[in-house]
Each structure stands twice: as C-alpha cells, then as structure tokens.
Design a protein around this ligand. Structure first.
Ligand code: HEM
Length: 128
C-alpha cells in the first residue's frame, strides 16, 4: 500500500494555500521581516504555495515553473540573521495555529521547516 504524503494527510492544496495566506499575513506585519520582503507579496505567496506543496510531498509545482529551488542561493540577496530566522518560524508557528493544523502535523511541518530555515541564515546578528 502507498504511504500517503503529509500534503495529502493535512488536506491537500486547499490547506497549503490557507497556511501560506495566513503566514504572509503575519510576515507583512512583523517588524523584523518587513524590511526584506516586497510590499506586494502576491508573487511571493504564489511561489511559496508552489514550493510548500512539493516540500510536503505533493505535486512538483515549484520545479515545473522555476526549476531547481536552490533555496539557499535564492536567499543570499537578503540578510537572514538568527533573529529573522526565529521571526520567520514564529510566523509559521502562528499560521499553523490559525489554520487549525492538527497534531502530529503541526509539529512535523514546523520541524521540517525549522531544519530548512537554519540553512537560510547567511548573516550574523551584529551585521544586521
Ligand atoms: C523567498 C525570506 C526561510 C522558501 C524569500 C524572499 C525573502 C525570504 C525575503 C524573497 C521574497 C520575494 O522577493 O518575493 C526568508 C527568511 C527566512 C526564509 C527571512 C528565514 C529563515 C525560508 C524557508 C523556506 C523558504 C525555510 C522553505 C521552506 C522560499 C521560497 C521563496 C522565498 C520558495 C521564493 C523563491 C523564488 O523567488 O523563487 N524568502 N525566507 N524561505 N523563500 Fe524564504
């Protein structure tokens, strides 16, 4: 029997879209994050919906349109300090609550994103 992906288990595209919308709503109000994000998050939201879909085991929507994610490289233009990493994860934690993500999925999703977020840091705190 096929093992179902996290993507399917949490409720598929509808749930991922809801999560990403809730997440960027919080990002757009977070003082540590607004300086590095564009004012218009429309395209950012669209790409993140594609990326998180495949990150959680759903269809490879991001790769189909943009090729290999090369996430660390794509984040190099932005100063990602430890505090910005924490802010990003805090917004994601709150977004997971907002969309009523059930356990164990809240914890599983946040843990996977925490590991990826660590790789995005590229600037020490005092150089911010
Ligand atoms: C793009 C910040 C972590 C996935 C971006 C952008 C910023 C950013 C400023 C550019 C937005 C734009 O110009 O549209 C951060 C910060 C993080 C973080 C501060 C804290 C650690 C992550 C993580 C993931 C991720 C953990 C994946 C799980 C993406 C994707 C894009 C993106 C897919 C779009 C890339 C593209 O342009 O194709 N991020 N990010 N980010 N981020 Fe992050």
């Amino acid at each position: 029997t096929e093992k179902r992906s996290i993507f399917e288990l949490i409720g598929g595209q509808e749930k991922v879209d809801e999560l990403v919308d809730a997440f960027y709503h919080l990002v757009s109000k977070h003082p540590d994050l607004t300086p590095i994000f564009p004012d218009d998050l429309t395209e950012t939201v669209r790409k993140q919906k594609q990326f998180l879909t495949q990150f959680l085991g759903g269809p490879l929507l991001y790769n189909e349109e943009h090729g290999h994610p090369k996430l660390r490289m794509r984040h190099l233009p932005f100063e990602i300090t430890p505090s910005r990493k924490d802010a990003w994860l805090s917004c994601m934690d709150q977004a997971l609550v907002k969309v009523k993500m059930e356990e164990p999925y809240h914890t599983i999703v946040l843990e996977r994103l925490t590991r990826t977020a660590h790789h995005m840091m590229n600037t020490p705190e005092n150089e911010k």
